[in-house]
Write a protein that binds this ligand. Structure first.
Ligand SMILES: *Cc1c(COP(=O)(O)O)cnc(C)c1O
Length: 363
């Protein structure tokens, strides 16, 4: 059988060791003769598992004690609504940095609430989102917070450093596609959120990391959308997604065994460099993204010829290089190289691309 490499942008590849561990414990979690999917979320089996997952995440991201960690449902998309409801309570004005599809989705959802002033304070639309904005002018308006997307999953850009012009602002970040893959200082943010199915675990869980003094300021929120109520009940206001939290916990343990986020970031640099270097030297393939803004985890590339792109994707699929089709909004190809994606998979891709390039020169 051909060895398969999964380049999917999400749901994405998980560490093999994690899948194996889940399999080993599937029929009897911690000797209970019940699977983790069958246990009560009020049992000590659950609370111990939950607490360890939270503790490990706090350790991995060096999350200070004055931040709460919430394990929510509804995906990153529900946070586009929940964050404004909880945090835009003073000026009722939010600034959005527009760097692509997901940041647009974030402010569109905030607009649907018809409660807040939603300002796009900076945008890289003019470059077709092939680069980021690094300077923001807030023009003396008061914002409850400024929202940005640290890694643009579809366009393939990533903030290594935060934009300038945000001193004194509360920054909220959608980190769905590079949380735990690139080191950030949690202290720089008021709130961080991420859907789990890219770099944490499986769909069904969304991690929210929030500075405690920002929450509990709005009354009469629907309970499930109220961060304070969720924090007070350790995210078990109702039945939590036990299996998704369990899987995230296994990934956090695995990350600790890999020496944590800095080691992952170094490996992600190595993996992505291998592909970028090839793309920059190829006469067939190229990367549309400005060098200094390139993502470590999502790498779009094109041949410049639609038919040839399709041919490449079909042949790559037959060779076991799966899910390389670019997002429907941008076309071309995209390789997602999250933490669990192995270096040898990138080598296999580059080798395959070299061969394809030789065979299709002059097309
Ligand atoms: C995938 C993604 C989302 C949407 O995540 P869901 O969990 O499916 O709602 C939002 N933001 C970014 C940056 C993403 O990559």
């Amino acid at each position: 059988m051909t060895k398969v490499y999964n380049f999917s942008a999400g749901p994405a590849v998980l560490p093999k060791e994690v899948i194996k561990k889940a399999q080993d414990e599937l029929t009897s979690f911690k000797g209970s003769q019940m699977s983790v999917m069958e246990i009560s979320h009020r049992s000590s089996l659950y609370t111990e598992m939950f607490q360890k997952a939270e503790e490990d995440l706090r350790y991995l991201m060096e999350i200070p004690d004055d931040y709460d960690i919430l394990f929510q449902q509804g995906g990153a998309t529900l946070q586009f609504t929940t964050v404004p409801l909880n945090l835009a309570n003073n000026y009722r004005r939010i600034g959005y940095i527009d760097t692509g599809h997901w940041s647009q989705r974030a402010y569109q959802e905030a607009e649907l609430l018809h409660k807040f002033d939603v300002d796009v304070v900076a945008s890289s639309k003019d470059s077709n989102y092939t680069e980021l904005v690094h300077q923001v002018e807030l023009e003396n308006k008061n914002y409850d917070y400024v929202h940005l997307t640290t890694n643009n999953t579809i366009e393939g850009t990533m903030y290594r450093d935060l934009p300038s012009g945000l001193a004194g602002q509360t920054i909220v970040a959608d980190m769905s596609s590079n949380i735990l893959g690139q080191k950030y200082n949690v202290d720089d943010f008021g709130l961080i959120y991420a859907g789990a199915q890219k770099n944490i675990g499986i769909a069904g869980l969304t991690v929210v990391i929030v500075k405690r003094d920002l929450i509990g300021k709005v009354s009469n929120l629907p309970s499930m959308l109220d961060y304070k109520k969720q924090a007070d009940k350790q995210s078990a206001l109702n039945t939590p997604p036990v299996f998704a939290i369990y899987m995230a916990g296994l990934v956090f343990e695995w990350l600790k065994e890999q020496d944590g986020v800095a080691a992952m970031q170094a490996l992600n640099e190595e993996k992505s460099q291998l592909l970028y270097e090839y793309l920059d030297n190829s006469t067939l393939f190229s990367s549309p993204v400005k060098r200094e803004d390139r993502s470590l985890t999502n790498i779009p590339f094109v041949t410049g010829n639609k038919q040839l792109d399709e041919k490449f994707i079909a042949e790559a699929t037959s060779a076991g290089l799966l899910n390389l089709k670019g997002h429907r909004l941008v076309g071309g190809m995209r390789a997602s190289l999250y933490n669990a994606f192995e270096l040898e998979g990138v080598k296999a891709l580059v080798d395959f691309m070299k061969e394809f390039e030789l065979k299709n020169k002059g097309e």
